[in-house]
Design a protein around this ligand. Sequence first.
Ligand code: CA
Length: 223
Amino acid sequence: MRVLVIEDEPKIAGFLARGLEEEGHRVDVVGDLAAARLSVRTERYDLLLVDRMLPDGDGLSVVRELRRAKDATPTICLTARDRVEERVEGLYGGADDYLVKPFELDELLARIAAVTRRAAVPERLEVADLVVDVAAHRVFRGGVEIQLTAQELSLLRYLAEHAGRVLSRTRILDAVWGVTHDPRTNVVDVYVSYLRAKIDKGFDPPLIHTVRGTGYVLEDRRR
Ligand code: CA
């Protein structure tokens, strides 16, 4: 893959470039927003790794510009500040995932595999009258737009990508919240209930089904 690393700290940029080149990727490194804008205009990348704190501004502004131009290049945001609001903001800014520094190369490679796999998914997922417009981050049921939080949208997207397949809580936790999350948490059940209240309540048929002892499946069970 062709990867653009937007990172002003030479040590981190060097670590990323070496690690990715060892995996067989071609890597360009830029250290500020101006150079990043020039690179994305002149080259075609398969993946962007974006630091938020650059000398001339927030790295996410490049991602926002790309998304406005309907460019869906997979993007992972690298953030030094481990704060939930920034992660959410990172996702809203159009990034597909984020990593909190410091991180291990293995963790980064796993996230890269996940975002590039997701990028291969169709832009629009449909189950009965539910439409997930993946590219635009919008969801409709019966033609009515439904407002979801970033986390609810990630969960719905994952369920819709695997529609008709039973997904275990562990697998969902892994894919949507990341492997480092506490496996004893009930976050999956909590978010499934939020999602049901928004996309199933008041609509027919229900699409999210509980598979006792296993997990969940999104499907249209009408015959
Ligand atoms: Ca920085």
